[in-house]
Design a protein around this ligand. Structure first.
Ligand SMILES: Nc1ncnc2c1ncn2[C@@H]1O[C@H](COP(=O)(O)OP(=O)(O)OP(=O)(O)O)[C@@H](O)[C@H]1O
Length: 229
């Protein structure tokens, strides 16, 4: 279990994320949804120290995790793909992948099978990749590094639907080994097909926490969350 307690965060004096608490189970695939500007990215950034954290804690069953310390979280097996994808432009695809790999940890998927274009471009600098290819490299890196949790912002940005589906199938396989997966996604389609649970954010607060099983039967709450009223 990964638990966030009373996380409040923002930029400078501006508070964006407002007192967010949530538990994420081992092996669970959770989608964080909400309209533009509601604070989804800021919540993920808070965990990994990429904005100002005013209050809150992050913990697992084993104890507290160093919220806001990307190096400490990486050592604890939490990986993060930020919205700019977090790849090293001057390093080759192969070097980017090698740096993400954790010693002693082999994910249950071969990322080069999930993203075949990366195999063709192993020797190319990541900076020369297209936007969609960088997204695939960022996801591959997150999959390699996430021994305990994989956290991904703007999951399907720039991905062809078939690649997004392959990536989600891979993340499900990874989750089946007990890794927690948390994804920010724009639309409801992929979460409804692949996630276990949907969290909804409005104006920095989590206002919605529902199993996908229930949402498949009645998607109306999702529509209210995502459509500008
Ligand atoms: N670096 C920043 N400095 C100040 N305000 C920011 C910064 N980044 C984002 N914000 C503001 O924080 C609020 C929440 O933005 P955030 O990116 O977290 O939302 P989001 O739900 O992820 O939306 P989107 O899907 O558009 O990325 C917005 O009002 C945004 O303008």
């Amino acid at each position: 279990m990964i638990s966030l307690h009373n996380v409040t965060a923002g930029y400078g004096r501006t508070q964006i994320v407002d007192d967010v608490s949530v538990d994420l189970a081992d092996g669970e695939v959770v989608a964080l949804l909400g309209r533009n500007g509601m604070g989804k990215t800021t919540l993920l950034r808070a965990l990994f120290g990429l904005c100002d954290v005013f209050a809150g804690t992050l913990s697992t069953d084993d104890g507290a995790l160093p919220m806001g310390r990307p190096d400490g979280l990486a050592r604890s097996g939490l990986s993060f793909m930020p919205d700019d994808r977090g790849v090293f432009a001057s390093l080759t695809v192969e070097e980017n992948l090698r740096l993400a790999r954790r010693r002693g940890h082999t994910p249950p998927v071969d990322v080069l099978d999930v993203f075949p274009v990366l195999r063709q471009r192993l020797t190319q600098p990541a900076g020369q990749l297209s936007g969609g290819q960088k997204q695939q490299l960022g996801l591959a890196r997150a999959m390699l590094a996430g021994e305990r949790a994989v956290v991904v912002d703007e999951f399907s940005q720039g991905l062809q639907p078939s690649i997004a589906t392959a990536a989600l199938e891979a993340l499900r396989t990874i989750a089946a080994t007990g890794v927690t997966v948390l994804l920010v996604e724009q639309g409801p389609q992929l979460p409804l097909a692949f996630a276990d649970r949907v969290l909804g954010m409005v104006k920095g607060r989590l206002v919605f926490d529902e199993s996908v099983q229930r949402l498949r039967a009645d998607p109306e709450p999702l529509t209210s969350l995502l459509v500008v009223g």
